[in-house]
Design a binder for this molecule. Structure first.
Ligand SMILES: C[S@@+](CC[C@H](N)C(=O)[O-])C[C@H]1O[C@@H](n2cnc3c(N)ncnc32)[C@H](O)[C@@H]1O
Length: 239
């Protein structure tokens, strides 16, 4: 059985060179036979980076331990890579917060199969309580299917489409959740990329920043950019 070091390619390396390097290191590790291997994180499958998972852990733990009232939601859940982590954090803290997840399950990325079934299966495999699943387009499910009060929101609705379409979806999400956010609640936006903060990171979803900056104009909340390695995100806390 192997123990894994998880890694991900830096922007500057070509994928081919990086994979060759990992293969070379793994050959050496197999030779010394200590049971260690280097595994490459594929963010198109895993949907987030190790650094982002650390950010989620600390932000949601903070919400729970500071007793911010309201449930936890994710808008854009796919197979539940982030959602399973959120549920794990709820359970290790013995919190009574419920996890609600929202998705049309209509974008497959690289996945072949039934996305909603895979989401359910991932929770069962991880030994976690099933989330409340709201299947459908956000324009139909939000805000009517939202819990009354929200403490933690993750918006991750990138679908690789037109940035202005993405901006429209983000705007609808923000307008739906904002009035239900408790004081101190946190809203995290996946793919919020501020080049002034993050330099060379590629801007994979410019619609997120466009929507968020416009939405927060004239409001007391400010956006905090977080380091996430090859993927970026940011959050604001309800005043
Ligand atoms: C990048 S994936 C989410 C990844 C997920 N957070 C994870 O950790 O596995 C984006 C998801 O947003 C969903 N989505 C995008 N626009 C949507 C809309 N208007 N209504 C419902 N779901 C939407 C897509 O179906 C897709 O599953």
């Amino acid at each position: 059985m192997n123990n894994y070091f998880i890694t991900q390619p830096p922007y500057s390396n070509s994928k081919k060179k990086f994979v060759s390097l990992i293969n070379f290191i793994n050959k050496g590790l197999r030779f010394v036979d200590l049971g260690y291997q280097v595994q490459q994180l594929d963010t198109r499958v895993d949907m987030n980076t190790v650094e982002q998972r650390i950010n989620y852990y600390h932000l949601l733990t903070n919400i729970i331990t500071s007793n911010v009232p309201g449930d936890v939601i994710e808008l854009g859940t796919f197979t539940g890579q982030c959602a399973a982590l959120f549920e794990k954090i709820i359970e290790v803290n013995a919190s009574d917060k419920k996890l609600h997840v929202y998705d049309s399950f209509g974008v497959s990325f690289k996945f072949k199969g039934d996305i909603e079934e895979k989401l359910k299966e991932n929770f069962i495999t991880a030994g976690l309580k099933a989330p409340v699943i709201h299947r459908g387009n956000f324009f139909d499910t939000l805000p009517s299917e939202l819990p009354e009060k929200l403490s933690f929101i993750h918006i991750d609705c990138g679908f690789g489409g037109d940035p202005l379409e993405h901006k429209k979806v983000m705007m609808h999400c923000l307008q739906s959740v904002y009035p239900r956010m408790a004081t101190g609640a946190i809203c995290i936006m996946m793919d919020y990329n501020d080049p002034a903060e993050n330099g060379i990171a590629p801007n994979v979803a410019p619609g997120v920043k466009l929507a968020c900056d416009e939405f927060l104009t004239g409001k007391p909340e400010t956006i905090m950019a977080l380091y996430g390695n090859t993927y970026l995100h940011a959050y604001f806390r309800k005043v």
